[in-house]
Write a protein that binds this ligand. Structure first.
Ligand code: CA
Length: 223
């Protein structure tokens, strides 16, 4: 079973998709405008998002961008009436994983959803574990040696990103791009501060830090 969010304002389109996916034992929720979609995604975790381009409130492509900028990693299937290559490129660049052009068949929607669910577990998993640290995205919990660690939302987001990309080095600028909102006023100094605070909260005394500094380059989380 997958938890699917459909963002579509036309019931003529969302109803058949909802019915078909529900019949396939998925848990399906529908919202009918872009702002509500972002709100829902901020508080709840889905396995796949089916996102229409034309939406009241906020266009689908903007929803996609803002969701990715806030660290959201759930696969997105974009629905579009636009056949031009440029629009498809815009959708993919905004962070969509796939797109379908209207009109489409519910069988095809279902097949695309299955394909997106086959993505590597490391990308879509709710539970991340590195050494003695466990991070659960669905409940916003982090534990060290089974004891809960209290993190601020941004500390959590930074740790989640690093845990999803273990042993890869990221510059402070790259972390700002990937973890902070695009209109954020944060600077590389912000990243240094957050890394320092994260180390204080999650490292084990007497052991090397789980987040190492690669001098002149950036940071990486050692698995
Ligand atoms: Ca629409």
């Amino acid at each position: 079973m997958a938890k699917v969010l459909i963002v579509e304002d036309e019931p003529d389109l969302s109803d058949p998709i909802r019915a078909f996916l529900t019949h396939e034992h998925h848990l399906v929720e529908v919202v009918d405008n872009g702002l509500e979609a972002l709100e829902r995604l901020r508080f709840y975790k889905f396995d796949v998002i089916i996102l229409d381009w034309m939406l009241p409130g906020l266009q689908g492509v903007e929803v996609c961008k803002q969701y990715r900028a806030s660290g959201g990693s759930t696969p997105i299937l974009m629905l579009t009436a636009r056949r031009q290559t440029q629009e498809k490129v815009l959708a993919l660049d905004a962070g969509a994983d796939d797109y379908l052009t209207k009109p489409f068949d519910v069988y095809e929607v279902s097949a695309r959803v299955r394909a997106l669910l086959r993505r590597p577990a490391a990308v879509s998993s709710n539970l991340l574990k590195v050494r003695n640290i466990v991070l659960e995205t669905s409940t916003f919990r982090v534990t060290r040696n089974d004891e809960e660690v209290q993190l601020l939302p941004k500390e959590f987001a930074l740790l989640e990103f690093l845990m999803r990309h273990p042993n890869q080095v990221f510059s402070a600028e790259a972390l700002l791009d990937r973890v902070w909102a695009s209109d954020s006023e944060a600077s590389p100094e912000t990243i240094r501060t957050y890394v320092k605070r994260l180390r204080q909260k999650i490292d084990t005394n007497g052991q090397p830090s789980i987040i190492s500094t690669v001098h002149g380059v950036g940071y990486k989380l050692e698995s």
